[in-house]
Design a protein around this ligand. Structure first.
Ligand SMILES: Cc1cc2nc3c(=O)[nH]c(=O)nc-3n(C[C@H](O)[C@H](O)[C@H](O)COP(=O)(O)OP(=O)(O)OC[C@H]3O[C@@H](n4cnc5c(N)ncnc54)[C@H](O)[C@@H]3O)c2cc1C
Length: 460
């Protein structure tokens, strides 16, 4: 980009919302992966009109645009690897409306997930998608990735909670689709289609989301096992009994110990795995569900079965789960988090393969999973400064993806494809499917300026 082009953006947004120094650009080279790529200018729009003018100019000048929320994605989705503009939506962060009668909220894309939850909780409501990064990530990013979280086993993912949006196309055209309407048999539902588009089809500037009433009661259980296989078998067995818990999370021994080193809650360090299980609903139905879950755990040789007795205990257990990703930093300086899914009854098979891969490459791999969904996040621990180890990480992760696909799974459960999984995409999708996806991307963004060549090599 030349200085004339960069200066043009100063005529659209307040100059304080433009960053161009080397140090500022450095900060936007990253997301939550190890990938890097610097933008040439960072622009923080404050209105839909500004987003529209920015995109219209970028389209005319053929400038790549990488749309960004909080940059917590784990797929390289906000790496500006082709330079151009980092379009950061964090200043468009207002909750525009909370409508309890229609159970809908209207938000700007930069709204932080946790801040929305904090506004709803005092009224007895919540927004179900709950990525573990919810204290930092934005709703725009959640929609961009179709994010899930522990609760999505029972309550579904972002796609299930979006009713409408305002978005700006690559040409600068502003489009509004859907609104508060709860039932909408739209034959080619573009709103749902935009969810998970990873910044390649348009830029969301306003989002209409469904909210829910907080359940009357919940019970949280901590179950430990002497073998990860027993723990993972328990997962499918619980669902087979007709119970769909709100959450069914798995952590292996390595991660239990990382969490203990970090916050010391008295978790059983000798357990090979733990399941954190929560059920919610009407008070009177929960005891029966807990009883069934306990029986299933016992059939699978449970080591310890404990029901949290207070809100404080529940909170502590969830703190252990939510902070474990950061806690691994004490073990090795770098981690790479995978995101594959398998049918839930195949969990024991993939876990076995991960153990084999860990031994083969002599790399510690912690298994963390939204196990109820069969969605695994193996955490490969290594040292980024050791190139030989980095190579081994790539090979190990490739084998994990390959195994997941061979078990009938998918390459991504919730973190998206971005740049990270792009090289593997042809392992999951047939050429004709990839061709259809490419045509769709070009139909929305004929100039291929929006997150160009992320997910797929598109060309023009
Ligand atoms: C510790 C940790 C835990 C995590 N746990 C979970 C989890 O439990 N579940 C889960 O699903 N993910 C999880 N993630 C991944 C990540 O937090 C989610 O993908 C999140 O939704 C990204 O939000 P963000 O605001 O950071 O978006 P970004 O990373 O900034 O962007 C994500 C994608 O959305 C696009 N995008 C952003 N804003 C817009 C917009 N306004 N219009 C169009 N496209 C846009 C971007 O181009 C990019 O492709 C975790 C990440 C970390 C670091």
């Amino acid at each position: 980009m030349n200085s004339k082009q960069i200066n043009y953006f100063k005529t659209i947004v307040d100059p304080k919302n433009i960053c161009t120094t080397k140090e500022e650009l450095l900060v936007y080279e990253y997301d939550a992966t190890l990938l890097k790529g610097a933008p040439e200018v960072i622009v923080f729009p404050e209105t839909t009109g500004q987003v529209s003018l920015i995109l219209a100019y970028a389209y005319q000048e053929n400038i790549p645009v990488t749309t960004r929320g909080a940059g917590t994605n784990l797929s390289g989705g906000t790496i500006p690897d082709q330079g151009g503009i980092a379009l950061v939506l964090t200043k468009m962060n207002k909750v525009l409306e909370i409508d309890f009668e229609n159970r809908v909220v209207v938000v700007e894309p930069g709204t932080i997930n946790q801040e929305l939850q904090d506004m709803l909780t005092p009224h007895g409501y919540y927004y179900p998608p709950d990525p573990a990064s919810m204290k930092a990530c934005t709703i725009g990013g959640n929609v961009g990735e179709c994010s899930g979280g522990p609760r999505c086993l029972k309550y579904g993912v972002t796609r299930d909670y979006i009713l409408g949006m305002e978005m700006v196309l690559s040409t600068g055209e502003v489009v509004a689709i859907g609104s508060k309407q709860q039932v909408n048999p739209d034959p080619l539902d573009i709103v749902k289609f935009m969810v998970g588009s990873e910044g390649t089809l348009g830029v969301f500037t306003k989002l209409f989301l469904k909210i829910k009433k907080i359940s009357e009661a919940k019970k949280t259980m901590l179950c430990t096992f002497n073998s990860v296989k027993d723990a993972s078998r328990t997962v499918a067995n619980i669902v087979r009994e007709g119970i769909v818990p709100t959450t069914l999370e798995l952590m292996d021994n390595l991660l239990i110990n990382c969490a203990e080193d970090f916050i010391g809650l008295g978790l059983d360090r000798t357990a090979d795995a733990l399941l954190l299980i929560e059920v919610d609903g009407l008070k009177e139905e929960l005891d029966g569900q807990v009883e069934v879950i306990k029986k299933v755990c016992e059939k699978n040789n449970v080591k310890g079965f404990k029901i949290a007795q207070s809100a404080k205990e529940v909170d502590q257990l969830w703190t252990a789960r939510r902070t474990v990703i950061g806690a691994v930093a004490r073990k090795r300086p770098s981690y790479s988090m995978q995101d594959v899914t398998v049918p839930r009854n195949k969990l024991p098979d993939i876990v076995e393969e991960i153990v084999n891969i860990s031994e083969k490459y002599n790399l510690p791999i912690g298994v963390l999973a939204h196990a109820g969904d069969g969605n695994l996040h193996p955490l490969v621990l290594f040292d980024e400064r050791n190139q030989e180890e980095v190579e081994k990480v790539h090979e190990a992760e490739f084998l994990i993806c390959k195994k997941a696909l061979s078990l009938g799974g998918t390459l991504s459960g919730e973190h998206g494809i971005g740049l990270l999984k792009k090289p593997f995409l042809d392992q999951e999708f047939a050429p004709e499917v990839l061709s259809l996806k490419r045509q769709i991307m070009l139909a929305f963004d004929s100039g291929n300026i929006l997150n160009p060549d992320k997910i797929l090599e598109v060309g023009k």
